[in-house]
Write a protein that binds this ligand. Structure first.
Ligand code: BTN
Length: 261
């Protein structure tokens, strides 16, 4: 997704949290680029945007399909000890993106735990937080939050392995540049509001209201066993609460893999 220098300047001017903005037409992975910048001392609030990625990274070591027509963005955080819970940061980011999607594209998006954004039952956005210890500031690890959004569907269609699940926000081939700049600004501004008050967990009620899985039956894998349970909600630690054989269990994103829903 190409952004003109005027729009990039508008993002810099209108987003107080954005300490620097780096735009690349093509890169391997905005997360990889920003992690390297973080190692070299880049301050919090740095943002890397790309029009396409050749090695986009997804969760669980998967790759993230990143053709032209999507928005690929990474944001650098250097949280203090009290806000170093990565599950909370990704949950806050999911709310920030979901709200921006609704406002800018006039749709009703939902959050599929833990951090995918769905519109009309299709995944339109994935979020990946990656942490790394900074040797210069070991008490404040760098957290790179990567957001990948399918703005337009690829001309050649989505690859077969994701074709049944993936969707896009608009039908057009070309994104509207002004709309895109508004979208980026809204994501970053929403994100900042929740980040500075992460401990208050204000975003959790909206997360619950937007939860795509609540009320659905999910299959998940834990300790090598496949189980099936009904999702009853999201708890105060942003864990998925399921009802299984009459008992409620809270699941961590790292311990389970959702298979089906
Ligand atoms: C997922 O759905 O598994 C998470 C996908 C996260 C993709 C974004 S795109 C921008 C940033 N750079 C990457 O390489 N990955 C994230």
């Amino acid at each position: 997704m190409k952004l003109s220098s005027a729009f990039l300047q508008q993002i810099r001017d209108d987003v107080a949290f954005c300490s620097s903005l780096h735009y690349l037409e093509e890169t391997t992975s905005t997360n990889a680029v920003l992690k390297q910048m973080a190692l070299e001392g880049m301050p919090e609030g740095a943002v890397v945007l790309a029009a396409r990625q050749t090695e986009g990274r997804g969760r669980l070591g998967r790759s993230f399909f990143s053709p032209e027509g999507g928005l690929y963005m990474s944001v650098l955080f250097r949280p203090t000890a009290s806000v170093q819970n990565p599950l909370m940061l990704t949950a806050a980011a999911a709310v920030a993106v979901s709200r921006a999607v609704d406002n800018v594209f006039s749709v009703e998006s939902q959050i599929k735990w833990v951090n995918d954004i769905y519109v009309d039952g299709k995944k339109v956005c994935g979020i990946l937080a990656e942490g790394q210890i900074d040797p210069n500031e070991p008490d404040r690890p760098a957290v790179v939050l990567g957001i990948g959004v399918n703005i337009c569907a690829p001309k050649e269609g989505f690859p077969p392995e994701i074709a049944d699940r993936a969707g896009a926000l608009t039908d057009g081939d070309e994104p509207d540049c002004e709309q895109l700049a508004r979208f980026v600004k809204e994501i970053l501004n929403n994100l900042y509001v929740d980040y500075v008050r992460l401990e208050e967990k204000n975003f959790l009620s909206e997360y619950r209201n937007r939860s795509f899985l609540t009320g659905k039956t999910v299959q998940y894998q834990k300790n090598g066993r496949t189980r099936s349970a009904e999702v009853v909600g999201i708890d105060d630690e942003a864990r998925l609460v399921v009802l299984e054989e009459g008992q409620e269990t809270a699941l961590f994103a790292g311990e389970v893999q959702l298979l089906n829903y």
